[in-house]
Design a protein around this ligand. Structure first.
Ligand SMILES: NC(=O)c1ccc[n+]([C@@H]2O[C@H](COP(=O)([O-])OP(=O)(O)OC[C@H]3O[C@@H](n4cnc5c(N)ncnc54)[C@H](OP(=O)(O)O)[C@@H]3O)[C@@H](O)[C@H]2O)c1
Length: 259
């Protein structure tokens, strides 16, 4: 098969959680341009509508579904809707996550710890179990979990360690499920992004403008990542191009972890 044909996703349906903005939107666009039919889930109806209008305007096929994935029961409800109304789903990108909180561990409230674990880990478990589980009889599937370089390295800028812990657990969950489901033709990999200029980080920069240059100078490439730079990596993992890769954690960080 010609090399570029291995990246073709025609006939595949992809679910991207948090596909309405930031990295999720760019991964959705990349998969859509490669031919996939897109389903994007997010918590805010206006953001979903904006993404729908943008992607449809680019000629892509896209369905939107609202669900607040910080709540496990909403993740279950989303799965019920997807399995009933939109089967089969071939590609799952568990991208929703974030909400770092700069609270030292000694002061961190249990409910804040639990909230961040539910947002970064529990919903990804539920979606993997239900949507990924439905891939097993079909003998083909791609699951991509969006972790973070902070799964591998705590860093010193923030002290709400629930984020690093939940991303670390998501990374090990990736490897464990990859081992279990390799025999079913399902690959499970993680992407560990470094600093990208998305709304979440723009908010931090808004609160502390020097953060932007502090981070840029801490990266060997000397700059933040641009959200569209994650698209080709997601496409690789979503397609037949990555047929022999499973259980891997791919770092994309401009070299940040080298220093
Ligand atoms: N940006 C970075 O530098 C960076 C670095 C390492 C890892 N990551 C990881 O990459 C992923 C995406 O980050 P990002 O920077 O693109 O985030 P973002 O700009 O904040 O976008 C997050 C996306 O998730 C959706 N979302 C947020 N909370 C949700 C909820 N409770 N239920 C359903 N959808 C929800 C948002 O839509 P709504 O607002 O409509 O809900 C949006 O589509 C996260 O897992 C993050 O931890 C990012």
């Amino acid at each position: 098969m010609p090399i570029l044909d291995r990246f073709n996703l025609t006939g595949r349906r992809a679910l991207i959680t948090g596909g309405s903005r930031g990295l999720g939107l760019e991964m959705a666009r990349a998969l859509g341009e490669a031919g996939a039919e897109l389903i994007i889930a997010g918590s805010d109806e206006t953001h979903l509508q904006n993404a729908h209008t943008t992607l449809r305007g680019e000629g892509l096929t896209v369905t939107t579904i609202r669900a607040d994935l910080s709540k496990p029961e909403e993740a279950e409800r989303l799965c019920n809707v997807l399995l009933r109304d939109h089967p089969p789903i071939d590609i799952l990108i568990n991208n929703v996550g974030g909400r770092r909180i700069n609270t030292p561990t000694e002061d961190l409230a249990l409910e804040d710890w639990q909230r961040i674990l539910d947002l970064n880990l529990t919903q990804a478990f539920i979606l993997t179990k239900r949507i990924g589980g439905a891939m097993i009889p079909r003998k083909w599937g791609r699951i991509i979990n969006i972790s973070s370089i902070n799964a591998l390295w705590p860093g010193k800028a923030m002290r709400g360690r629930s984020y690093e812990t939940s991303k670390g657990a998501l990374t090990m969950f990736t490897k464990a499920v990859a081992a279990d489901w390799a025999a079913h033709g399902i690959t499970v990999n993680a992407i560990a992004p470094g600093p990208f200029l998305t709304d979440a980080n723009k908010r931090w920069i808004g609160e502390r403008p020097e953060f932007e240059s502090e981070v840029a100078t801490s990266i060997p490439m000397g700059r933040w990542g641009s959200p569209e730079e994650i698209g080709p990596l997601a496409l690789y993992l979503a397609s037949d191009a990555s047929s022999y890769m499973t259980g891997s954690v791919l770092v994309i960080d401009g070299g940040k972890l080298l220093w």
